[in-house]
Write a protein that binds this ligand. Structure first.
Ligand code: PBG
Length: 356
């Protein structure tokens, strides 16, 4: 008798099948019928292995100068750049729908961008002002800030550029200062997204030496050089200016073992949480990272992933909300403890209505 996962595939004692009905004629002699557990909603709920809750969500917000501004991002339908006052409203909304954490990314006035990304080091820059405003009004919501220079550099790179080369160690020194400025404004989680070598350790040391020992670090540990970041670069205005590509610091999509080495280094350097990015195209990496290290592990469902679902839904080619929930359950299945997603608010609404 064939055995699979310890279960007999054939009956030990065949059922007596009466010849009287037509149905009986076609009846397969199956002891195991997986469909029984799927028959009704209550039993599907009962046997479900993974569930999505609002606790799994980090909501990235784009911020922009001005007052009362909600400027749509064309390549991300439903997403807008928010002025500080509107970002505070969004944080209130996050608190209301029990999203634990938001992430802030600035659209920097092009006049303030330069070769060195110096606006990133100003304690009064847009991100820092937003952090302070949100912490004042909605202190219970966690705030994550990206650490990288791309919103601030005239060339659109995450680091310092000299003769066409991104400088590692010089960039790390600047990133430490950027992290200190953000922590000083009240940021809870510093999230280096630049992929320079050694930046997590340097930032940890900098935070600890300056009284920010409680500030967490979520490392963009395995971040790939991806075409799926396009709409994000529209949103922060770096697509227009980016010189070349980011393949000398972001990872090659063909690699898996390298992701494990990157994650291992970031953990050793003091990362509290690690992230894999992009999301769905890299679920294999996510699963392997979670299985290997057992760390709080996050996925970033990036702008291009969001745009694909929204564009298809906008054309009536699929049901957007269902595709959204399904995509997020995939992250849970692969082992994510949480997901950065532009859908966060929408997901929270759906979950509230019981659609999961
Ligand atoms: C900046 C950064 C990027 C993203 C997050 N932080 C873009 C990039 O590396 O070019 C992408 C997020 C998204 O696409 O949603 N270093």
């Amino acid at each position: 008798m064939a055995i699979k996962f310890g279960r007999p595939l054939e009956r030990v004692h065949p059922l007596p099948v009466g010849p009287e009905s037509a149905a009986a004629e076609h009846r397969l002699d199956l002891a195991v019928r997986p469909r029984r557990n799927r028959r009704t909603e209550w039993t599907r709920r009962l046997v479900r292995e993974h569930v999505l809750t609002t606790d799994d969500l980090i909501w990235p917000l784009f911020v922009v100068d001005g007052v009362n501004v909600r400027a749509p991002v064309d390549s991300m339908p439903g997403v807008a750049r928010l002025s500080v006052d509107q970002a505070v409203r969004a944080a209130e909304q996050a608190a209301k729908v029990t999203i634990p954490c938001i992430a802030l990314v600035p659209y920097t006035d092009p006049a303030k961008r330069d070769e060195a990304g110096s606006e990133g080091l100003s304690a009064d820059n847009l991100v820092c002002r937003t952090v302070r405003a949100i912490k004042k009004e909605v202190p219970e919501v966690g705030i994550l800030c990206d650490v990288a220079l791309d919103p601030y550099t005239s060339h659109g790179h995450d680091g310092l550029l000299r003769d066409g080369i991104i400088l590692n160690d010089e960039t790390v020194a600047v990133l430490v200062r950027q992290a200190l400025v953000q922590a000083g404004a009240g940021c809870d989680i510093i999230a280096p997204s630049d992929m320079m070598d050694g930046r997590v350790g340097a930032i940890r040391a900098g935070l600890d030496a300056n009284g920010f020992g409680d500030v967490q670090i979520m490392a963009y540990a395995a971040k790939y050089a991806s075409a799926f970041y396009g709409p994000y670069r529209d949103a922060i205005g770096s697509n227009a200016t980016l010189v070349g590509d980011k393949r000398t610091y972001q990872m090659d999509p063909g690699n898996t073992d390298e992701a494990l080495r990157e994650v291992e280094l970031d953990i050793a350097e003091g990362a509290d949480m690690v992230m894999v990015k992009p999301g769905l195209p890299y679920l294999d990496i996510l699963a392997r990272v979670k299985q290997t290290f057992g760390m709080p592990t996050f996925a970033y469902q990036v702008s291009g992933e969001y745009a694909m679902i929204m564009a298809a839904a906008g054309n009536g080619w699929l049901e957007g909300d269902k595709a959204m929930i399904e995509s997020l359950i995939a992250f849970k299945r692969a082992g994510a403890d949480g997901v950065l997603t532009y859908f966060a608010e929408r997901v929270a609404e759906q979950l509230r209505k019981g659609h999961a």
